[in-house]
Design a protein around this ligand. Structure first.
Ligand SMILES: Nc1ncnc2c1ncn2[C@@H]1O[C@H](COP(=O)(O)OP(=O)(O)OP(=O)(O)O)[C@@H](O)[C@H]1O
Length: 281
């Protein structure tokens, strides 16, 4: 079963269109949502959470329509945004009590285990937590109420590299039972490349690709060529381009030929930067 199906999703704001975005996230997998500032990542996440109204399309969470079966899908989703909000005076012990009443399936032991792993103090008030500590608390809470789909919108960006690495390991473990699924947006593409099974790339409100990461890494390559070579390559085979005084780096698909040229591996960051670099996308 798919944890998440997004079909032809559309939303218009003045000066911005999220248009016909479709992607599928199978259960037990991790999907990274990437795109530049204003690409439409948070809008997509808000539409999945049903906190804003869509103009068109369909969203299914674990087989249920996210608007018609809103109450059930809400229990199934754990959400962490880029800021964590809890009552300022509360300690984690008090926050635990508060969350116990808020969630039907609150898992106290799991929550305290995460707090221990994250080394969060039990007696400090929430307002005295650093930004990173606040985020860790929100992540621990989102993973402790039997949510089947965990959604993180820029939730790891404020963490130091060690904390991020630790949390990426926890996310990875979280999904290995095939019951938990993660959708995570981040500007730290190297983290997503390490963690994710799927990458979905939005640009100016449009979906440029939603693919298995391993397929992207196998299929795409960077070709270095001279300006003269560049003139002989069919435009439709150039998926991205960066030119300099000496020649060009082209993003190409290995399946499109190019055996006569040396091809370098393309990482996810190379792929997305080249795709949008000179307006090819
Ligand atoms: N409530 C709103 N009213 C009007 N426009 C909005 C609203 N919310 C978002 N937008 C616009 O929608 C576009 C997409 O915004 P969104 O927050 O989805 O981008 P994003 O990809 O999450 O960006 P970032 O990486 O900066 O967080 C932007 O142009 C933004 O100004």
């Amino acid at each position: 079963m798919n944890a998440l199906e997004v079909k032809n999703l559309s939303k218009t704001y003045k000066g911005f269109n999220l248009s016909n975005v479709s992607f599928t996230l199978p259960k037990g997998c991790i999907m990274g949502l990437i795109g530049e500032n204003g690409a439409g990542k948070s809008t997509t996440i808000k539409l999945i959470m049903n906190t804003i109204r869509r103009d068109g399309g369909e969203i299914t969470v674990l087989g249920k329509d996210n608007t018609k079966d809103f109450k059930e899908t809400k229990e199934d989703i754990g959400i962490v945004l880029d800021e964590a909000y809890y009552p300022e005076q509360m300690t984690v012990l008090q926050i635990n009590k508060f969350l116990k009443y808020s969630y039907k399936n609150w898992e106290e032991d799991r929550f305290f285990n995460y707090l221990k792993n994250f080394k969060l103090p039990e007696k400090k008030a929430f307002k005295e937590f650093s930004r990173g500590m606040k985020m860790k608390l929100a992540i621990a809470a989102a993973m402790s109420h039997k949510a089947k789909l965990l959604i993180l919108d820029e939730a790891t960006s404020g963490l130091d590299p060690m904390a991020r690495d630790e949390i990426l390991d926890i996310f990875y473990e979280y999904t290995r039972d095939e019951e938990h699924t993660i959708l995570i947006s981040s500007h730290i593409v190297s983290d997503l490349e390490k963690l994710c099974d799927y990458i979905t790339f939005l640009h100016n409100g449009k979906l440029l690709f939603s693919e298995e990461k391993d397929r992207l890494l196998e299929e795409y390559a960077i070709m270095h060529c001279s300006k003269e070579d560049l003139r002989n390559i069919p435009k439709e085979k150039i998926l991205g381009k960066r030119t300099s005084a000496y020649g060009a780096d082209l993003l190409v698909k290995r399946s499109n030929g190019f055996k006569q040229y040396p091809l370098d591996k393309a990482g996810i960051e190379d792929i997305i930067l080249l795709m949008i670099k000179e307006g090819v996308a």
